[in-house]
Design a protein around this ligand. Structure first.
Ligand SMILES: C[S@@+](CC[C@H](N)C(=O)[O-])C[C@H]1O[C@@H](n2cnc3c(N)ncnc32)[C@H](O)[C@@H]1O
Length: 297
């Protein structure tokens, strides 16, 4: 990238993104994010100081990021951060980029914890486990919003847990990180008031429905459901949760569009009660919740 004033650079980068199928749905914004990230100028600075000429090193870094974006790499990986539930999380190619629709899990968990706090028969702080935690966005958001809650985040990927660990250290240091399969690594913290999970839920046959840039760049362990398919992974989560939740405790899971019936079925077979699906803000079937029955049902 030549050393051009910011105002020219912004136009050139956006124009390159416009010509690429893989790069960007928002060429102008991505151009501002990359140029701003490297030069240290915020959106106002990019306009009021648009005669600024990046140094040679900055121009080289901008060119490198533009080339990566042209391959379809998510902007969050290029900047190293993504916003989720009002907080900035570190992300890189070891974890899924947090999606705004996943914030629904946090809202459901916090609302259950608030309701539980109003009941007078609970003794001690509530415990929560977020499995398939990736960047830790769900569990860490719950812990940061509800600091007296004992939150454990689990993931089978050590690489993902390293990212979650860095996020927890900055945003919610009380969170416990544990490596292993689904809820098993968190058993010592049971019984749980809430279990959340956003597991991998794309079946191999449905890979065609994913954008190529997602398949090329985001970790496959986060996207693709293992052997056994959707029914098996949601059954395992529901069965483990049915054992580890306190009576009246909440299980909330995200799932793929069109999977609601399979997930409800897994919950009901595990003996969970009051099971139903919740749509996201776009009206897409997104989450299923259920409760461990209390003694009276
Ligand atoms: C769809 S990503 C969700 C990440 C994060 N919770 C979010 O919503 O952005 C799924 C995560 O589940 C993890 N995972 C896959 N199989 C698992 C298993 N059997 N036990 C625990 N974690 C698993 C992957 O490593 C990945 O980080």
């Amino acid at each position: 990238m030549r050393q051009l004033p910011v105002k020219v650079l912004l136009r050139e980068v956006a124009a390159r993104f416009r010509t690429s199928e893989l790069a960007s749905d928002s060429p102008q914004i991505d151009s501002e994010l990359i140029v701003g990230h490297v030069t240290g100028l915020d959106r106002v600075g990019l306009r009021t100081k648009d005669d600024t000429v990046p140094t040679e090193a900055q121009a080289a870094e901008i060119e490198e990021l533009v080339l990566r974006r042209l391959t379809g790499e998510p902007i969050a990986y290029l900047l190293g951060t993504a916003w989720f539930y009002g907080r900035e999380f570190e992300v890189d190619s070891r974890v899924l980029v947090p999606r705004p629709e996943t914030e629904l899990l946090v809202e459901l968990a916090l609302s259950h914890l608030a309701q539980r706090a109003a009941e007078d028969h609970h003794v001690g702080a509530p415990a929560v486990v977020d499995t398939c935690t990736g960047s830790g966005c769900v569990g860490i958001s719950i812990a940061a919003s509800s600091p007296t809650t004992d939150v454990t985040c689990t993931d089978i990927s050590e690489d993902a847990l390293e990212v979650a660990r860095a996020n927890a250290a900055r945003l919610a240091p009380s969170v416990t990180l544990a490596s292993g399969d689904l809820l098993h690594p968190a058993e010592a913290h049971a019984p749980f008031a809430v279990v959340t999970a956003n597991p991998p839920y794309v079946e191999g046959a449905d890979a065609d429905g994913l954008e190529q840039r997602v398949i090329d760049h985001e970790p496959h362990v986060a996207l693709f459901v293992p052997d056994g398919g959707v029914a098996a992974i949601y059954s395992s989560i529901a069965q483990q949760a049915a054992q580890l939740l306190e009576p009246g405790g909440l299980l909330a899971v995200e799932h793929g569009s069109g999977q609601r019936h399979q997930v409800i079925d897994a919950f009901e077979r595990a003996g969970l009660a009051h099971v139903y699906g919740v749509d996201d803000l776009a009206g897409i079937d997104r989450v299923v919740i259920g409760y461990r029955p209390t003694q009276g049902g």
